[in-house]
Design a protein around this ligand. Structure first.
Ligand code: GDP
Ligand code: MG
Length: 193
């Protein structure tokens, strides 16, 4: 299927153990200020920005991960704030095999945007793209506007993985990325073997 065509699998000729490299393109999507850049900063560099400007995001960040004993490179794409102007281009989505669709549990409006983001993602990428719905900012307990059960329910209906995170206190951040990468790898393994 299309996922494996998009996954670049290269034999490492110089290595006697014949290890293979996997490179998965993953995109961060969701409304402005839900915490996409901070989730990536926390995951890749263990950093957090209280007043992150929309421009802190690099184009993409390559992160090595060990999944089932295999080294996988996740090439994680972050927006540079263009989602504020509904101007995420098709180049951003091209070749993506995974996505983190992030909303802010303290701002219901960002939760209500989920279907729009799903439509946009599916218009620009393969239907098999692995998606995790991420309810971020669980540290803002008193400001919560979206119940965990609501996130779970929409994820089930849409066939998405689901997790709640806090980039501020690090809760579940690695798990969010690892869930996506693991599933892509498992789909690929089932296909290849
Ligand atoms: P993006 O526009 O989706 O990339 O969002 P940013 O990562 O730039 O974050 C927007 C704002 O939310 C910044 O002020 C961050 O400090 C804040 N933020 C991000 N993640 C969290 C979180 O988990 N908890 C809290 N309390 N604030 C967060
Ligand atoms: Mg950002």
């Amino acid at each position: 299927r299309a996922i494996s065509e998009k996954v670049k699998k290269m034999a490492n000729n110089g290595d006697e153990q014949q290890s293979e490299d996997y490179l998965f393109k993953i995109v961060m999507i969701g409304d402005s200020a839900v915490g996409k850049s901070n989730l990536l900063a926390r995951f890749a560099r263990n950093e957090f920005y209280q007043n992150s400007k929309s421009t802190i995001g690099v184009e993409f960040q390559t992160q090595k991960m060990l999944i089932d004993g295999k080294e996988i490179k996740a090439q994680i794409w972050d927006t540079a704030g263009q989602e504020r102007f509904k101007a995420v281009t098709s180049a951003y989505y091209r070749g993506a095999v995974g996505a983190l669709l992030v909303y802010d549990i303290s701002r219901r409006r960002t939760f209500e945007s989920i279907s729009r983001w799903l439509n946009e993602l599916h218009a620009h990428s393969d239907m098999n793209v692995v998606i995790i719905l991420v309810g971020n900012k669980t540290d803002l307990k008193d400001a919560r506007e979206v119940d965990t059960a609501e996130g779970k329910a929409i994820a089930e209906t849409q066939g998405l993985f689901f997790i709640e995170t806090s980039a501020l206190d690090s809760s579940n951040v690695a798990a969010a990325f690892e869930t996506v990468v693991k599933e892509i790898y498992h789909i690929l393994s089932r296909k290849v073997f």
